[in-house]
Each structure stands twice: as C-alpha cells, then as structure tokens.
Design a protein around this ligand. Structure first.
Ligand SMILES: Nc1nc2[nH]c(S[C@@H](C(=O)O)c3ccccc3)nc2c(=O)[nH]1
Length: 264
C-alpha cells in the first residue's frame, strides 16, 4: 500500500477540483514499483492538526480518487474519518476505507456499511492530537490491542459491516511508546487469531527514529527490517512510502518463508 498524501499546498490553483499532477505522477511511480493499493489521505491524522473542513477534504480527495481510478485502475484506499468523504469517494470508485479513527465519527460507520467497501480497523486510543500524552496500558499492549480490535469487529458487525470486509491494524505509533510498538511487532502473530487480514504502517515512523537515531529521510533501512519481520509474523498489507524497496524486502521474506524443499 503506497502512501499518497494530498495536502492543500500540493494543488496549483487552491484545490478547487484541480488534481495535482505530482500526485498522479507519484501514484504512477508507486504502482510501477509494485504497489497494489494507493492510500489517499489529507493530513487529517497529524497530531494537533486543526480539523479539516469537510468541503476542503472533499475538494482535495475526490478529484484524486477519480483520477486514480480513471488513469490507473488501481485499488484506491481512502484515509478519512469523514462520512461525506467515505460516501463521495466510494461513488468515485474507491476500493477501501482506511479510517484511523475506526469509523467513530458520527455517521462514519453507517456510511462505510452503505458503501459496501472493505474497511481497515486500526487501534488508537484518544485522538491524534492527544494520543501521545504518556500512553499507558495496565496490561500487555498486544492484549489490549487484540481486545480493542475484537470489540471493534463485533461492533462493526452489529452495525451491518460484513466480517469479510474487515482488515485489522495495530496502529503503530498511535497512542504507543517505542516499547509498545516494538512489543506489538514482536507479538504481531497474536492478532492473526482474529482470522482477519493484518495491515501495518511503520514506514518512516518515530519508532525507527528513536531506536536508530535517524531523521525521517534516513529511516528506510530500519523500515525494511520492520517490513520483513511484519510479514514473517503475519502482516499481509504494508502501508509504506518507498514502495520499490519494501516490495524487494517482502519478496525476499517470502522466498525464505516459502522454501520447503527438504533437500536438493
Ligand atoms: N491503517 C493505517 N493508516 C495509517 N495512517 C497513518 S498516518 C501516520 C504516518 O506516519 O503515516 C501519521 C501519524 C501521525 C502523524 C502523521 C502521520 N498511519 C497509519 C497506520 O499505521 N495504519
């Protein structure tokens, strides 16, 4: 899953129905490098960011989804928590909803159910603005995350979302310390018991920066190690910036995991 950030300053004419060519070129590059999914999102998850106005998010995201579906026939995932954006992008041909707030916004869950699209349910406590204020769990974090996700699956199922339309994501970096993130990856296989595909997003995140002391532009080697470990422990979708290198890391990991010739 290649990350496509569509921020207001990437538009030439203030964002009114313009599709930034650099967004399309970036998506084309990621698809050429082997991305199966393009994740289109505004900056709604940046900690402390002021909430984006609905119309502004629509103007920013819908034209890009339309262009990606038209130009590349790619599976387009939409990174949004806004019901109107879920509805509009589903109509525009989006193939998946990626809401880091777990459809908790008023109307989001019903919009997701009505869209019939697959939904990624991700663990996060609180909101991006305050989630990193000394996150604390009074039990092993992987148990807290597994229980949270199991509860979200049940709640979404009760609202009409079919289980085979759900993906799970432990939410690396959301309301977690570095130790929480490392332990969550070490125990990632425990989430596979829920029987749903796992999506993970660790690319360029501070968990890499804090362990290796690397700035965000030098975190690819650390990220590749995490991708290999995540696949080995059951992840099936990796949300990344540098698609090509992660495709190689995943293919290398699969070559090892699938090797089963007992002898030459
Ligand atoms: N499903 C899924 N969606 C995601 N969206 C993101 S935004 C994140 C980033 O660093 O990319 C981020 C976090 C905080 C501020 C800015 C950007 N992370 C994930 C993830 O881990 N899983």
């Amino acid at each position: 899953m290649g990350i496509l950030n569509v921020t207001p300053d990437s538009f030439s004419d203030g964002g009114r129905h313009a599709v930034p060519d650099d967004a399309l070129r970036h998506a084309e590059q990621m698809l050429a490098e082997g991305a199966a999914i393009i994740d289109v999102g505004g900056e709604s998850t940046r900690p402390g960011a002021e909430p984006v106005a609905v119309q502004q998010e629509l103007d920013r995201v819908v034209p890009v989804v339309e262009a990606l579906v038209r130009e590349f026939d790619a599976l387009v995932s939409v990174d949004t928590s806004t019901p109107e954006v879920i509805q509009a992008t589903a109509l525009a041909g989006a193939g998946m909803i990626n809401d880091v707030r777990n459809l908790r916004r008023e109307g989001a869950l019903s919009a997701a159910v009505a869209s019939g699209l697959p939904v990624c349910l991700m663990h996060m406590l609180g909101e991006p603005g305050d989630m990193q204020d000394a996150p604390h769990y009074n039990r092993p974090v992987e148990e807290a995350v597994a229980d949270f996700l199991a509860q979200r699956v049940t709640a979404c199922e009760a609202a009409g979302l079919r289980r085979e339309r759900m993906l799970l994501d432990p939410g690396f970096g959301f309301a977690k310390t570095v130790a929480h993130n490392l332990r969550l990856l070490k125990q990632l296989d425990r989430l596979t018991v829920l029987g749903l595909p796992l999506l993970v997003g660790m690319s360029r995140k501070s968990m890499i920066g804090k362990v290796l002391g690397r700035p965000v532009e030098e975190r690819l080697p650390g990220g590749l190690a995490l991708s290999a470990l995540a696949v080995e422990r059951g992840a099936r979708i990796l949300r990344v910036h540098d698609v090509g290198p992660h495709v190689d890391a995943v293919n290398m990991t699969w070559a090892v995991l699938e090797e089963d010739s007992p002898h030459d």
